[in-house]
Design a protein around this ligand. Structure first.
Ligand SMILES: [Zn+2]
Length: 71
């Protein structure tokens, strides 16, 4: 009787040079702060597009989740 065993497949670590990792971290932080600012800046009274409240309503639940004052 033949003994058939499957090869053991483990996780392969991804090796990223530190200079690339720093660039990705900084880029991610800049993008995250830009999104955070975009969610928080549109108060309704001070809207991105004038008196239009579409952005405010679009990110309304995110505003509540992040603790921005709303209504
Ligand atoms: Zn609200």
């Amino acid at each position: 009787m033949a003994n058939i065993s499957a090869p053991i497949v483990g996780a392969t670590p991804i090796v990223i040079p530190i200079s690339h990792a720093v660039r990705w971290i900084i880029g991610t932080l800049i993008a995250a702060f830009a999104v955070y600012y975009f969610v928080g800046v549109d108060q309704g009274a001070t809207s991105v597009f004038g008196a239009d409240t579409h952005i405010h309503e679009f990110v309304h639940d995110a505003r509540h989740f992040l603790g921005f004052p709303c209504h």
